[in-house]
Design a binder for this molecule. Sequence first.
Ligand code: ADP
Ligand code: ZN
Ligand code: ZN
Length: 734
Amino acid sequence: MTEPVLRMALPAPVWGLFDYLPPAGVAPEALQPGQRLLVPFGRRERCGLLVELATESELDTKRLKRAVRLLDPEPLLPTDHLKLLRWVADYYHHPLGEVLFSALPARLRRGRPPLEERSRQLRLLRQPLEEHPELLTRAPKQRQLVDWLEAQGGSAGLEAFRERFPSGRSLLRALQEKGLVELVEEAASGGGAFTAAPGPSLNPEQSAAVEAVAASLGGYRAWLLEGVTGSGKTEVYLQLAQRVLAAGGSVLVLVPEIALTPQLVARFRERLPVPLALLHSGRSEGERERDWLRARLGQARLVIGTRSAVLAPMRDLGLVVVDEEHDASYKQQEGIRYSARDLALVRAHRAGCPVVLGSATPSLESLKNAREGRYGWLRLRRRVAGGELPAMRLLDVRGQRLEGGLSRPLLERIEETLAAGRQAMVFLNRRGYAPVITCYDCGWLSDCPRCDARQTWHRAWGKLVCHHCGAERPLPPRCPACGADALHPLGQGTERLEQVLAERFPEVPLVRIDRDTTARRGRLQQLLEQVGAGGAGLLVGTQMLAKGHHFPEVALVALVDVDGGLFSADFRAAERTAQLVIQVAGRAGRGTGPGEVLLQTRYPEHPLLQTLVQEGYDAFAEQALSERASAELPPYSHQALLRAAAAKMERAEAFLVAAAGRATALAGETVALWGPVPAPMPRRAGRYRAQLLFQSSARGQLQKLLRLLVPELAELPEARGVRWSLDVDPVDLY
Ligand code: ADP
Ligand code: ZN
Ligand code: ZN
């Protein structure tokens, strides 16, 4: 009798699978693709994943090694999911082993047994806190626990709690006594009936959207839900999810960053009381694994998560939602460079269910598909609360004296807003005090020693920090080059804006929100609450402010500097700038009273700004799309970017020249090659970087070339000492 050959994937950057014989004493019938086995690999034993059972090997079966042990009695990855992940590996031309293993929770990758189903859960009771905020005033530790629970979406398993708060028993008891936290048994099964909490009755546009998507349930259909901020998109998701869950299906909701939108998770949890799996990096390993397992078994039929959740196994998938589909964070920028938005479509297609892409500022890719009829196009044109969309105005700052980047007219508008008891939001997408410091005597600049970039001055830390490689040093007391006494900041970041505004309006509460002020867990939540409390106030921040929050008291939104995005070499810069402007602007006037948006610029005549301000995002997008079409840029063509980095620029370039040679030999004229050229930032973290761009009007041709080319790359003699990576459908040409 011949034994089957196990074709195994291992978590290694190698192409192809590894053949093994079954472990001693394991019957062939017990083996199924999707199971993990411990196998000898090199001098160690490693956890591998069974991908296929074959009857023979290309190698001599007598020389095959025997697997050591079967780790899963049942497949950890269901067959259809294994197929999906193989598709991902094929499309992104990434080794299958790395794709499969990166889709597993961390412990399971290392061969550990799946965690038992969780039994008890801590649940946060929000109401007592809303009514008696003083309950936590003199209990910072308890506050920390409450914030943590909030960040977990309002509940967490007992085990994760112990992991996070090893000696937290008395904390928990205190919170239980105050009635803020309860300990409950988790329902084991996700099946069965549930009662959705009632929501508002939909307006006609929302109803039309819900009915259109609902009519497509049970089959694949892609929908673009384009609705201005506050137009009730989330309400549409909720009602659709409710229908799918009620019919026994499961729902996948992707969001850009959960930490930034705790309200969204809370809304789903309150409205749809079904077991929920929450998958994002803010959760503990154990919590994520449990939720992943519950999603896979269909016990949690509602899965909400960030980018990587698109690869969570699910049962009976009936609806996929991608909120803020234009958001750049859906694209993974390292390792397997997948787009979760694109994979959401692939998933829905394979599962045979609709997918809803929601945004106030859809990506040009999605807009093109909607215009050409490949996606259904649903529009919510009005804000639900009836609030007017804010008026946008350009503030010409040419020849003006600026104070920390702020013009006199802008400061006056801020003052009037505050005097009226309202809030003003000042937006600048740059953290730190100043992006560079200089010496007036000799022209010295705060260059990063490892990158072709400047180090940013972070005043509160007394340091110069490179935002690209992290290299930092103390602020030099004198000019390092000529010894002059004083160094001077050039330009500004949010830290400087904060200082200028605090000096000018000393009596007004001010909150700064950027990665520096929110690095500590729970801190963002705290800051947001301060803002939510209302009354006159100033909000300063980076793009973290642009995402999803409701700030009902904000009447004025000021964008300090929009010029950076107008002249970038990256053809997507205009699209990103337009999206950012509209998203930031959307924070104004969401509550009572009209809002106002001011954009400071030195280029008030710039066509992008003119179109955006006078005609809005749709008009901008239409223009941008026709420009892309005539330049044959995506979405009217398809790209892949091969990046290389080495200790010397010549080596990176030699590798790319060799790759380009092979590509031309393989593809002829069907795929255009651009480069090799040095990367826009040629030196980064001490390595030299270059790139080669592939472009074709036919996706199939490009894919065909990559399929032949990529396995050859590692074999090129020029690949030695070069780190390279392939980015299919790059969104960032850096
Ligand atoms: P978006 O996701 O487009 O920003 P939301 O769904 O969050 O909009 O809606 C904005 C606000 O309006 C929310 O507070 C929501 O509860 C409320 N809302 C949404 N739809 C309705 C409706 N039909 N009637 C009343 N309030 C609604
Ligand atoms: Zn000097
Ligand atoms: Zn650097």
